[in-house]
Design a protein around this ligand. Sequence first.
Ligand SMILES: [Fe+2]
Length: 406
Amino acid sequence: MSTPEVTYPEASEEISQQITVEALYRKLQEPDHGLFILDVRNADEFETWRIESRYPPEMVNIPYFEFFENTEHALAQLPQDPEREIVVVCAKGGASDFVAALLEEEGRSAVNLAEGMEAWGNFYVFRPVAETESYQVYQVDRPARGCLSHVLISQGKAAIIDPLRHTEKYQDFLAAQGATLALILDTHAHADHISGGPALALATGAPYYLHPYDGIHPFDMLPAKMEYEMLKEGMAFTLGDLTIQTIHVPGHTLGQVNFLASGPDGERFFFTGDNLFIESFGRPDLGGQGEAWAPIVYETIFQKVKSQIPGEAWVLPGHYASPTEANDQGLFAKRLADLWQENSALQFASREEFVEFVLSHLPIMPAEYVEIKRVNIGLTQPDEEEASTLELGKNICAVAAAAAAS
Ligand SMILES: [Fe+2]
Protein backbone atom coordinates (compact mmCIF):
# COMPACT_ATOMS: atom_id res chain seq x y z
CA MET A 1 0.00 0.00 0.00
CA SER A 2 1.46 3.34 -0.93
CA THR A 3 1.58 6.23 1.52
CA PRO A 4 -0.91 8.99 0.78
CA GLU A 5 0.54 12.30 -0.36
CA VAL A 6 0.48 14.85 2.42
CA THR A 7 0.59 18.56 1.79
CA TYR A 8 2.07 20.30 4.78
CA PRO A 9 0.65 23.71 5.59
CA GLU A 10 3.10 26.59 5.77
CA ALA A 11 4.03 27.71 9.27
CA SER A 12 3.22 31.36 8.62
CA GLU A 13 1.63 32.18 11.95
CA GLU A 14 1.87 29.77 14.86
CA ILE A 15 -1.33 28.75 16.58
CA SER A 16 0.18 26.49 19.24
CA GLN A 17 2.95 26.79 21.81
CA GLN A 18 6.40 26.44 20.27
CA ILE A 19 9.64 24.83 21.36
CA THR A 20 12.92 25.56 19.57
CA VAL A 21 15.35 22.84 18.53
CA GLU A 22 17.88 24.25 21.04
CA ALA A 23 15.40 23.95 23.92
CA LEU A 24 14.32 20.47 22.79
CA TYR A 25 17.93 19.33 22.51
CA ARG A 26 18.72 20.67 26.00
CA LYS A 27 15.74 18.85 27.48
CA LEU A 28 16.73 15.61 25.74
CA GLN A 29 20.14 15.77 27.49
CA GLU A 30 18.43 15.21 30.86
CA PRO A 31 18.31 11.49 31.71
CA ASP A 32 14.78 11.81 33.14
CA HIS A 33 13.36 14.26 30.57
CA GLY A 34 10.12 12.27 30.24
CA LEU A 35 9.36 13.80 26.84
CA PHE A 36 6.96 12.20 24.42
CA ILE A 37 7.50 12.91 20.74
CA LEU A 38 4.66 12.72 18.25
CA ASP A 39 6.02 12.74 14.71
CA VAL A 40 3.28 13.54 12.19
CA ARG A 41 5.27 13.08 8.98
CA ASN A 42 4.58 10.22 6.54
CA ALA A 43 5.67 6.78 7.70
CA ASP A 44 8.43 6.57 5.08
CA GLU A 45 9.92 9.90 6.17
CA PHE A 46 9.80 8.77 9.80
CA GLU A 47 11.47 5.48 8.89
CA THR A 48 14.24 7.34 7.09
CA TRP A 49 15.19 9.62 9.98
CA ARG A 50 13.81 10.90 13.24
CA ILE A 51 14.87 12.65 16.39
CA GLU A 52 17.41 10.64 18.35
CA SER A 53 18.94 11.24 21.75
CA ARG A 54 21.31 9.50 24.13
CA TYR A 55 18.28 9.28 26.43
CA PRO A 56 15.77 8.13 23.81
CA PRO A 57 12.32 9.67 24.23
CA GLU A 58 9.11 7.73 23.86
CA MET A 59 7.98 8.34 20.30
CA VAL A 60 5.12 7.55 17.98
CA ASN A 61 4.54 8.23 14.30
CA ILE A 62 0.96 9.16 13.40
CA PRO A 63 0.78 10.90 10.01
CA TYR A 64 -0.88 14.31 10.02
CA PHE A 65 -3.96 13.33 8.03
CA GLU A 66 -4.94 10.67 10.58
CA PHE A 67 -5.69 13.39 13.12
CA PHE A 68 -8.30 14.82 10.81
CA GLU A 69 -9.64 11.55 9.38
CA ASN A 70 -10.02 9.75 12.71
CA THR A 71 -9.13 12.03 15.61
CA GLU A 72 -10.29 9.60 18.28
CA HIS A 73 -8.14 6.78 16.97
CA ALA A 74 -5.09 9.05 16.73
CA LEU A 75 -5.60 10.42 20.24
CA ALA A 76 -5.88 6.92 21.67
CA GLN A 77 -2.26 6.25 20.65
CA LEU A 78 -0.95 9.13 22.77
CA PRO A 79 -0.26 9.28 26.51
CA GLN A 80 -3.55 9.81 28.30
CA ASP A 81 -2.04 11.87 31.13
CA PRO A 82 -3.08 15.48 30.33
CA GLU A 83 0.07 16.78 32.07
CA ARG A 84 2.51 14.73 29.98
CA GLU A 85 4.28 17.02 27.54
CA ILE A 86 3.93 15.96 23.91
CA VAL A 87 6.34 17.52 21.41
CA VAL A 88 4.77 17.47 17.96
CA VAL A 89 7.14 17.26 15.02
CA CYS A 90 6.76 17.47 11.24
CA ALA A 91 8.97 18.40 8.30
CA LYS A 92 8.88 22.19 8.64
CA GLY A 93 6.72 22.93 11.67
CA GLY A 94 3.45 23.70 9.85
CA ALA A 95 1.40 20.50 10.05
CA SER A 96 2.68 19.83 13.57
CA ASP A 97 1.51 23.29 14.62
CA PHE A 98 -2.07 22.39 13.66
CA VAL A 99 -1.83 19.04 15.43
CA ALA A 100 -0.37 20.62 18.59
CA ALA A 101 -3.24 23.14 18.60
CA LEU A 102 -5.74 20.29 18.13
CA LEU A 103 -4.19 18.39 21.06
CA GLU A 104 -4.40 21.49 23.25
CA GLU A 105 -8.09 21.78 22.37
CA GLU A 106 -8.48 18.16 23.45
CA GLY A 107 -6.97 19.01 26.84
CA ARG A 108 -3.49 17.59 26.23
CA SER A 109 -0.20 19.33 26.96
CA ALA A 110 1.37 19.82 23.53
CA VAL A 111 4.07 21.99 22.02
CA ASN A 112 5.15 22.32 18.41
CA LEU A 113 8.78 21.90 17.34
CA ALA A 114 9.37 25.23 15.61
CA GLU A 115 10.48 24.75 11.99
CA GLY A 116 10.34 20.98 12.45
CA MET A 117 12.85 18.44 11.23
CA GLU A 118 14.40 21.00 8.89
CA ALA A 119 15.61 22.98 11.93
CA TRP A 120 16.59 19.78 13.73
CA GLY A 121 18.66 18.75 10.71
CA ASN A 122 20.55 22.04 10.72
CA PHE A 123 21.16 22.22 14.48
CA TYR A 124 24.78 22.17 15.75
CA VAL A 125 26.14 21.94 19.30
CA PHE A 126 29.63 23.11 20.36
CA ARG A 127 31.05 21.34 23.44
CA PRO A 128 34.41 21.84 25.14
CA VAL A 129 36.76 18.85 25.10
CA ALA A 130 39.60 20.75 26.78
CA GLU A 131 39.81 24.38 27.89
CA THR A 132 43.22 25.34 29.22
CA GLU A 133 45.02 28.69 29.52
CA SER A 134 46.99 28.10 26.35
CA TYR A 135 44.61 26.13 24.13
CA GLN A 136 41.03 24.96 23.73
CA VAL A 137 39.52 22.02 21.85
CA TYR A 138 35.80 21.89 21.01
CA GLN A 139 33.68 19.13 19.56
CA VAL A 140 30.98 20.24 17.14
CA ASP A 141 28.04 17.85 16.95
CA ARG A 142 25.29 17.86 14.32
CA PRO A 143 22.92 15.50 16.17
CA ALA A 144 20.48 14.88 13.32
CA ARG A 145 23.22 13.33 11.20
CA GLY A 146 25.67 11.93 13.72
CA CYS A 147 28.41 14.09 12.19
CA LEU A 148 31.23 15.55 14.30
CA SER A 149 33.86 18.15 13.60
CA HIS A 150 36.43 19.81 15.86
CA VAL A 151 37.70 23.29 16.53
CA LEU A 152 41.14 23.94 18.04
CA ILE A 153 42.12 27.37 19.32
CA SER A 154 45.43 28.62 20.67
CA GLN A 155 46.84 32.14 20.96
CA GLY A 156 43.91 33.59 19.03
CA LYS A 157 44.37 31.23 16.06
CA ALA A 158 41.92 28.50 15.14
CA ALA A 159 41.94 25.28 13.14
CA ILE A 160 38.82 23.40 12.11
CA ILE A 161 38.97 19.69 11.40
CA ASP A 162 36.22 18.29 9.14
CA PRO A 163 34.01 21.40 9.06
CA LEU A 164 30.39 20.64 8.21
CA ARG A 165 28.27 22.48 5.65
CA HIS A 166 26.87 25.33 7.75
CA THR A 167 30.01 27.43 7.83
CA GLU A 168 28.33 30.40 9.54
CA LYS A 169 28.07 28.33 12.74
CA TYR A 170 31.88 28.09 12.91
CA GLN A 171 32.41 31.71 11.96
CA ASP A 172 29.99 32.90 14.66
CA PHE A 173 31.66 30.62 17.22
CA LEU A 174 35.16 31.82 16.36
CA ALA A 175 34.04 35.45 16.46
CA ALA A 176 32.60 34.87 19.95
CA GLN A 177 35.91 33.29 21.00
CA GLY A 178 37.93 36.14 19.49
CA ALA A 179 39.86 33.69 17.30
CA THR A 180 40.90 33.93 13.65
CA LEU A 181 40.65 30.92 11.37
CA ALA A 182 44.16 29.90 10.33
CA LEU A 183 43.81 26.32 9.14
CA ILE A 184 41.07 24.15 7.61
CA LEU A 185 41.74 20.41 7.58
CA ASP A 186 39.60 17.64 6.10
CA THR A 187 40.47 14.10 7.14
CA HIS A 188 39.16 12.90 3.78
CA ALA A 189 36.77 13.68 0.94
CA HIS A 190 33.51 12.89 2.68
CA ALA A 191 30.73 10.86 1.07
CA ASP A 192 27.92 11.31 3.58
CA HIS A 193 27.91 15.07 4.07
CA ILE A 194 29.02 18.21 2.31
CA SER A 195 32.26 19.63 3.66
CA GLY A 196 32.33 23.24 4.76
CA GLY A 197 36.06 23.38 4.06
CA PRO A 198 36.24 24.96 0.59
CA ALA A 199 33.51 27.50 1.44
CA LEU A 200 35.31 28.51 4.66
CA ALA A 201 38.55 28.91 2.73
CA LEU A 202 36.83 31.19 0.21
CA ALA A 203 35.15 33.22 2.96
CA THR A 204 38.17 33.64 5.22
CA GLY A 205 41.29 33.15 3.11
CA ALA A 206 42.49 30.38 5.45
CA PRO A 207 44.14 27.48 3.58
CA TYR A 208 42.11 24.31 3.03
CA TYR A 209 43.99 21.01 3.21
CA LEU A 210 43.08 17.59 1.80
CA HIS A 211 45.16 14.56 0.85
CA PRO A 212 45.64 14.50 -2.96
CA TYR A 213 44.48 10.86 -3.24
CA ASP A 214 41.07 12.13 -2.18
CA GLY A 215 41.19 14.91 -4.74
CA ILE A 216 40.12 12.39 -7.39
CA HIS A 217 36.54 11.14 -7.58
CA PRO A 218 36.65 7.37 -6.89
CA PHE A 219 33.95 6.56 -9.48
CA ASP A 220 34.30 9.31 -12.10
CA MET A 221 38.12 9.47 -11.84
CA LEU A 222 37.84 13.21 -12.37
CA PRO A 223 40.27 15.50 -10.55
CA ALA A 224 39.09 18.08 -8.03
CA LYS A 225 38.03 21.43 -9.39
CA MET A 226 38.40 23.36 -6.15
CA GLU A 227 41.51 24.91 -4.63
CA TYR A 228 43.25 22.89 -1.95
CA GLU A 229 46.62 22.44 -0.34
CA MET A 230 48.03 18.91 -0.28
CA LEU A 231 48.38 16.97 2.93
CA LYS A 232 50.99 14.28 3.26
CA GLU A 233 52.24 11.80 5.84
CA GLY A 234 54.18 13.50 8.63
CA MET A 235 53.18 17.05 7.70
CA ALA A 236 53.13 19.15 10.87
CA PHE A 237 51.31 22.39 11.68
CA THR A 238 51.83 24.82 14.54
CA LEU A 239 48.75 26.52 15.94
CA GLY A 240 49.80 28.75 18.82
CA ASP A 241 50.93 26.35 21.56
CA LEU A 242 49.53 23.29 19.77
CA THR A 243 51.29 21.12 17.25
CA ILE A 244 49.24 19.08 14.81
CA GLN A 245 50.76 16.10 13.08
CA THR A 246 49.34 14.44 9.96
CA ILE A 247 49.12 10.65 9.83
CA HIS A 248 48.10 8.95 6.59
CA VAL A 249 45.51 6.27 7.43
CA PRO A 250 44.20 4.79 4.14
CA GLY A 251 41.33 2.32 4.04
CA HIS A 252 38.05 4.19 4.40
CA THR A 253 39.39 6.28 1.52
CA LEU A 254 42.87 6.00 0.05
CA GLY A 255 43.64 9.58 1.01
CA GLN A 256 42.32 9.58 4.54
CA VAL A 257 44.52 11.17 7.18
CA ASN A 258 44.17 11.55 10.93
CA PHE A 259 45.57 14.39 13.01
CA LEU A 260 47.39 14.06 16.31
CA ALA A 261 47.40 17.35 18.22
CA SER A 262 49.71 17.81 21.21
CA GLY A 263 49.35 20.46 23.90
CA PRO A 264 52.18 21.90 26.02
CA ASP A 265 50.64 20.08 28.99
CA GLY A 266 51.32 16.72 27.32
CA GLU A 267 47.68 16.02 26.39
CA ARG A 268 47.16 14.44 22.97
CA PHE A 269 44.06 14.59 20.83
CA PHE A 270 43.69 12.10 18.03
CA PHE A 271 41.21 13.25 15.37
CA THR A 272 40.27 10.00 13.70
CA GLY A 273 37.78 11.13 11.01
CA ASP A 274 36.19 7.96 9.62
CA ASN A 275 39.04 5.69 10.66
CA LEU A 276 38.24 4.80 14.28
CA PHE A 277 34.88 5.51 15.90
CA ILE A 278 33.90 5.15 19.56
CA GLU A 279 32.02 2.07 18.38
CA SER A 280 33.25 0.34 15.21
CA PHE A 281 35.32 1.88 12.40
CA GLY A 282 34.98 3.35 8.92
CA ARG A 283 33.67 1.19 6.08
CA PRO A 284 36.10 0.63 3.21
CA ASP A 285 33.64 0.35 0.34
CA LEU A 286 32.53 3.92 -0.39
CA GLY A 287 34.99 4.17 -3.23
CA GLY A 288 33.54 1.00 -4.78
CA GLN A 289 36.60 -1.02 -3.76
CA GLY A 290 35.51 -2.77 -0.56
CA GLU A 291 37.39 -6.01 -1.21
CA ALA A 292 40.63 -4.27 -2.06
CA TRP A 293 40.44 -1.70 0.71
CA ALA A 294 39.25 -3.85 3.65
CA PRO A 295 42.77 -5.32 4.20
CA ILE A 296 44.15 -1.76 4.06
CA VAL A 297 41.81 -0.75 6.90
CA TYR A 298 43.18 -3.66 8.91
CA GLU A 299 46.80 -2.61 8.36
CA THR A 300 46.02 1.02 9.14
CA ILE A 301 44.21 0.29 12.39
CA PHE A 302 46.01 -2.74 13.78
CA GLN A 303 49.51 -2.03 12.53
CA LYS A 304 50.01 1.69 12.01
CA VAL A 305 47.68 3.25 14.61
CA LYS A 306 48.31 0.58 17.21
CA SER A 307 52.09 0.97 17.01
CA GLN A 308 52.34 4.74 16.50
CA ILE A 309 49.65 6.48 18.53
CA PRO A 310 50.00 6.65 22.31
CA GLY A 311 47.23 5.01 24.33
CA GLU A 312 46.59 8.13 26.40
CA ALA A 313 45.54 10.14 23.31
CA TRP A 314 41.88 11.13 23.21
CA VAL A 315 40.12 9.63 20.21
CA LEU A 316 37.80 12.26 18.69
CA PRO A 317 35.97 10.72 15.70
CA GLY A 318 34.15 12.18 12.70
CA HIS A 319 30.90 10.28 13.25
CA TYR A 320 28.84 8.27 15.64
CA ALA A 321 26.23 5.65 14.88
CA SER A 322 24.17 6.17 18.00
CA PRO A 323 23.93 9.13 20.41
CA THR A 324 24.31 6.59 23.21
CA GLU A 325 28.05 6.47 22.37
CA ALA A 326 28.43 9.84 24.13
CA ASN A 327 30.01 10.02 27.57
CA ASP A 328 28.47 11.76 30.60
CA GLN A 329 29.47 15.17 29.23
CA GLY A 330 27.76 14.40 25.93
CA LEU A 331 31.15 14.09 24.23
CA PHE A 332 32.14 11.42 21.74
CA ALA A 333 35.62 10.92 23.14
CA LYS A 334 37.61 8.07 24.61
CA ARG A 335 41.26 7.41 25.40
CA LEU A 336 42.75 5.21 22.68
CA ALA A 337 43.90 2.60 25.22
CA ASP A 338 40.28 2.23 26.38
CA LEU A 339 39.02 2.10 22.81
CA TRP A 340 41.17 -0.95 22.06
CA GLN A 341 39.45 -2.69 24.96
CA GLU A 342 35.89 -1.38 24.66
CA ASN A 343 35.18 -0.98 20.93
CA SER A 344 33.50 -4.31 20.27
CA ALA A 345 34.30 -4.20 16.54
CA LEU A 346 38.06 -4.12 17.17
CA GLN A 347 38.33 -7.57 18.72
CA PHE A 348 39.68 -9.69 15.88
CA ALA A 349 42.20 -12.51 16.07
CA SER A 350 43.53 -12.14 12.53
CA ARG A 351 43.47 -10.08 9.37
CA GLU A 352 41.44 -12.82 7.62
CA GLU A 353 38.78 -12.75 10.31
CA PHE A 354 38.65 -8.96 10.16
CA VAL A 355 38.33 -8.80 6.36
CA GLU A 356 35.66 -11.48 6.32
CA PHE A 357 33.68 -9.63 8.97
CA VAL A 358 33.93 -6.32 7.13
CA LEU A 359 32.94 -7.73 3.75
CA SER A 360 29.94 -9.58 5.16
CA HIS A 361 28.67 -6.54 7.06
CA LEU A 362 28.77 -3.78 4.48
CA PRO A 363 25.61 -1.68 4.56
CA ILE A 364 23.94 -0.42 1.39
CA MET A 365 25.59 2.63 -0.10
CA PRO A 366 23.07 5.44 -0.64
CA ALA A 367 23.03 6.80 -4.19
CA GLU A 368 23.54 10.32 -2.80
CA TYR A 369 27.07 9.43 -1.67
CA VAL A 370 28.49 9.45 -5.20
CA GLU A 371 27.06 12.91 -5.79
CA ILE A 372 28.18 14.25 -2.40
CA LYS A 373 31.73 13.20 -3.27
CA ARG A 374 31.40 15.17 -6.51
CA VAL A 375 30.29 18.21 -4.53
CA ASN A 376 33.14 17.82 -2.07
CA ILE A 377 35.80 18.01 -4.76
CA GLY A 378 34.16 20.91 -6.55
CA LEU A 379 32.79 19.04 -9.58
CA THR A 380 29.25 20.28 -8.92
CA GLN A 381 27.80 23.10 -6.87
CA PRO A 382 24.36 22.41 -5.42
CA ASP A 383 22.12 25.24 -4.27
CA GLU A 384 20.85 25.26 -0.68
CA GLU A 385 17.80 23.13 -1.44
CA GLU A 386 19.78 20.52 -3.38
CA ALA A 387 22.47 20.42 -0.68
CA SER A 388 19.85 19.96 2.00
CA THR A 389 18.17 17.15 0.03
CA LEU A 390 21.51 15.41 -0.51
CA GLU A 391 22.32 15.52 3.19
CA LEU A 392 18.99 14.87 4.84
CA GLY A 393 16.79 11.85 4.62
CA LYS A 394 18.44 8.57 3.87
CA ASN A 395 21.92 9.69 4.73
CA ILE A 396 21.44 9.71 8.46
CA CYS A 397 20.45 6.06 8.59
CA ALA A 398 23.23 5.10 6.25
CA VAL A 399 25.76 6.86 8.45
CA ALA A 400 24.47 5.03 11.48
CA ALA A 401 24.47 1.70 9.68
CA ALA A 402 27.88 2.35 8.20
CA ALA A 403 29.42 3.32 11.49
CA ALA A 404 27.96 0.29 13.21
CA ALA A 405 29.33 -2.08 10.55
CA SER A 406 27.61 -4.94 12.27
FE1 LIG B 1 33.73 9.26 5.37
